[in-house]
Design a protein. Structure first.
Ligand code: GUN
Ligand code: ZN
Length: 437
């Protein structure tokens, strides 16, 4: 048995905040502690109450005055796009064809996939992100590299071998049968191994023939509990072309619905330009719209109506994500900073409690994993991030005038990055690259 006592200011959400001052929506302990035992949170509360539950020789780590939160969650990222980030393109389709597809071809080389996998995990843990939902490339070896590295790190990761059989370079195409066979092989090899989860991953309707979509439907039926991830309604040219390719479908969302992919635990990247009918269909099925703000701004894709879609009579579940490499930052703080600005442009308010809820419990709920990650609740996995809102000279100066938790969170969101991440714990183990233990 290994046991650690971690002391600091605890913040963990209980539910979505109803308004900017919703004190009931979260737990906050000014002098709190977590007792971590064998990778799980064994006790949480005021330090004075948790300390007596620890063994006499239990190591104690004092992170005061820093904030302790659940590890951050990123619900949409492309693991093979670390060397695509910051590519200069006019729009989504140009960016995919000019930079992204050629780069992903390199993942046919196992050694390359393994090198980038190492870098990927280093970077995510540096940013305080302990769970990510990742697209690998079309090559099975890329999924093998991703999950093997996740197993080594002990992380809870969700990933999938991309299925795509048209409208991309030859080196990135599988076939309906190969996509099916290799996805099954990845599931058998990696799903449930360590903390790994496999997602069924048709890239998007443009790069899958109807025959391949039918195969994804078979997989979805054979594995009803698995996550599904794909892209939806990101860019107007993309929407037009997609609807031309599937002329019988009512709209873009209906394509996925026809192949049985609209369901709980199905994650639809972007979903910016949905009609009312599409939003209703998403809401009724329990599918998730994954908001990727830095990507949407970087590629000029559009302004996702986050607040409006949550306010609907039939609200759509929303997750948040970086979408590296269409996204321009690995940081979930930067991600929510841009989400905030998008809502500003739409005349809406996104308060700091909501932002931090989305990065933690909100994303865990969207993934149907809130019993494992996203909170500091007893019995959950000890994925934890320690944050310093005074990490840089500019932040320190601004912190002098901060008088509330909400203001501190807003400062972290607006000026914070990996320098604000003091430590990242994965299943109770200090794991931030370069951090002092
Ligand atoms: N649509 C299909 N593939 C991609 C991708 O890799 N990134 C983004 N942003 N959109 C996509
Ligand atoms: Zn994407």
């Amino acid at each position: 048995m290994t046991e650690t006592l971690i002391r600091g200011r605890l913040l963990s959400f209980r539910r979505a905040p109803g308004h900017a001052g919703d004190r009931e929506s979260y737990l906050y302990e000014e002098d709190g502690a977590l007792l971590v035992r064998d990778g799980k949170i064994a006790a949480v509360g005021p330090y004075a109450e948790v300390k007596p539950k620890a063994g006499a020789d239990t190591a104690e780590i004092d992170h005061r005055p820093h904030l302790i939160l659940p590890g951050l969650i990123d619900c949409h990222v492309h693991f093979p796009q670390m060397q695509v980030i910051a590519s200069y393109a006019a729009n989504l389709l140009e960016w995919l064809n000019t930079y992204t597809f050629p780069e992903e071809c390199r993942f046919v080389e196992t050694a390359h996939a393994e090198r980038i996998a190492t870098q990927f995990f280093d970077e995510f843990l540096r940013q305080g992100t302990t769970t990510a939902v990742a697209y690998c490339s079309v090559h099975k070896a890329s999924a093998d590299a991703f999950f093997a590295e996740s197993l080594r790190r002990g992380t809870l990761m969700i990933g999938g071998k991309v299925m795509m059989d048209r409208n991309a370079p030859q080196g990135l195409l599988d076939t309906p049968q190969l996509g099916y066979d290799e996805t099954r092989a990845v599931i058998e090899q990696w799903h449930g191994k360590g903390r790994n989860h496999v997602a069924i991953t048709p890239r998007f309707a443009i790069t899958s023939t109807p025959e391949q979509m039918a195969m994804t439907q078979t997989l979805a039926e054979e594995f009803p509990d698995l996550h599904i991830q794909t892209h939806l309604s990101e860019n107007h040219d993309e929407i037009r072309y997609t609807c031309e390719l599937y002329p019988d479908a009512t709209d873009y969302t209906d394509i996925y619905a026809r192949y049985g992919l609209l369901r709980k635990k199905a994650l639809f990247g972007h979903a910016i330009h949905l009609s009312d009918r599409e939003a209703d269909a998403m809401a009724e099925s329990g599918a998730v719209a994954v908001h990727c703000p830095t990507s949407n701004l970087f590629l000029g894709s559009g302004l996702f109506p986050l607040k409006a879609i949550q306010r609907r009579e039939k609200p759509v579940t929303v997750a948040v994500a970086t979408d590296i490499g269409g996204g321009s930052s690995y940081s979930m703080f930067k991600t929510m900073d841009e989400a905030y600005k998008i809502q500003q442009m739409l005349g809406e308010r996104l308060n700091p409690l909501e932002s931090f809820y989305h990065m933690t419990l909100g994303n865990a709920v969207a993934l149907d994993l809130a019993d494992r990650i996203g909170t500091l609740d007893e019995g959950t996995d000890a994925d934890i991030v320690v944050l310093n809102a005074a990490a840089t000279p500019a932040m320190r100066l601004r912190m002098e005038t901060v008088t509330s938790l909400s203001e501190e969170l807003f400062l972290l969101q607006t000026l914070g990055d990996d320098r604000s991440v003091v430590e990242t714990y994965v299943a109770g183990k200090a794991s931030k690259p370069g951090a002092e233990a």
